[in-house]
Write a protein that binds this ligand. Structure first.
Ligand code: 13P
Ligand code: SF4
Length: 302
């Protein structure tokens, strides 16, 4: 076994720490992670943990959400460079302008947003529960931010709700073009196409299944089919290939990699635990306001 893995496990025990890893992370991180999954699962685990330290192998907004849920605990992000480009596409001022153009409409924020933005939203969602969350509002109109593609996918699944979206997007998922899907369908006519709802609407239309990272993995694992084209980040394909060698998983395109998800290495995780860095802090007043929309999401998702 890689000695760094043994050292990380020792430190975890000594310090009563837990490691949460998103399924876009470098796959070797799973060796030390206590929980691996999508944003919803990881926020549910963060809300439940009784560890003293949470090491988040994910992007900044995920660690920030874990901190909001655990103000009394230390939350560490091994590499501070791990931001989310989509989350940074809207700030509080831009949100206020968006809301003032569409007054008195409930506002849903994707968890891929900053703590400040969360303070001004009614409810949060992730890609796995976005539809359920929007439905729970029982409103003819809903504001959705920052991801226009996730918001419009939700709208396409509903009969009587207009989802007014902010023009944010994920640069990694938008690299997948409808013509990539059409070419894959021609090359692998029997394969099932599984896509993340952050993809372009024309991509999502061509998919056999649309869901979160965990949703995609679950569909592929439970399906009787043997061949799958995966239209999301490479980490999902790496894990499926490792765990289900009897099936075939094809990443839609080689470059579907979120660079910010790939910063953390085992060495960084070791250093983070050893030196207890880099600690993520959230202003108490902001956290108290932001937690409302996160708690509301967790309640609806039970
Ligand atoms: P999940 O909700 O599937 O974890 O997606 C998070 C994300 O950032 C996808 O780009
Ligand atoms: Fe953000 Fe896109 Fe990376 Fe997800 S894949 S963390 S949405 S930049």
């Amino acid at each position: 076994m890689n000695p760094i893995i043994t050292e990380i496990k020792k430190l975890k025990q000594e310090k009563n720490a837990v490691i949460l890893a998103h399924c876009y992370q470098n796959v070797e991180i799973d060796e030390v992670a206590d929980f691996v999954g999508d944003s919803l699962y990881l926020s549910q685990m963060a809300a439940k943990t009784d560890a003293d330290i949470i090491v988040f192998a994910g992007v900044y907004f995920m660690a920030q959400t874990a901190k909001i849920l655990n103000l009394d605990k230390k939350v560490l992000l091994p590499r501070l460079e791990s931001g989310c480009l989509m989350a940074d596409m809207i700030n509080l001022q831009q949100l206020k302008e968006f809301k003032s153009k569409h007054p008195n409409i409930p506002t849903v924020c994707y968890i891929n947003s900053t703590a400040e933005v969360k303070t001004e939203c009614d409810i949060c969602c992730t890609s796995s529960n976005a539809l359920k969350i929007v439905k729970s509002l029982n409103s003819e109109k809903v504001l959705f931010l920052p991801d226009t593609y996730l918001g419009k996918w939700v709208e396409s699944q509903l009969d009587n709700t207009e989802v007014i979206t902010y023009p944010g997007y994920c640069p990694t998922h938008l690299r997948i073009k409808p013509e990539d899907i059409l070419a894959a369908k021609e090359k692998y006519p029997n394969a099932k196409i599984l896509a993340h709802p952050e993809c372009h609407k024309e991509v999502v239309k061509l998919a056999d299944y649309v869901g979160s990272t965990t949703g995609i993995m679950k569909y592929a694992i439970e399906s009787n089919e043997k061949q799958f084209i995966i239209s999301t980040e490479k980490g999902v394909v790496d894990r499926l290939k490792r765990d289900y060698p009897q099936k075939e998983f094809i990443l839609i395109k080689d470059n579907i990699i979120c660079p910010n998800m790939k910063w953390h290495t085992l060495d960084d995780i070791y250093n983070a635990l050893k030196k207890e860095e880099h600690e993520i802090n959230v202003d108490k007043e902001i956290a108290q306001k932001a937690i409302k929309c996160i708690d509301r999401m967790l309640e609806v998702s039970k």
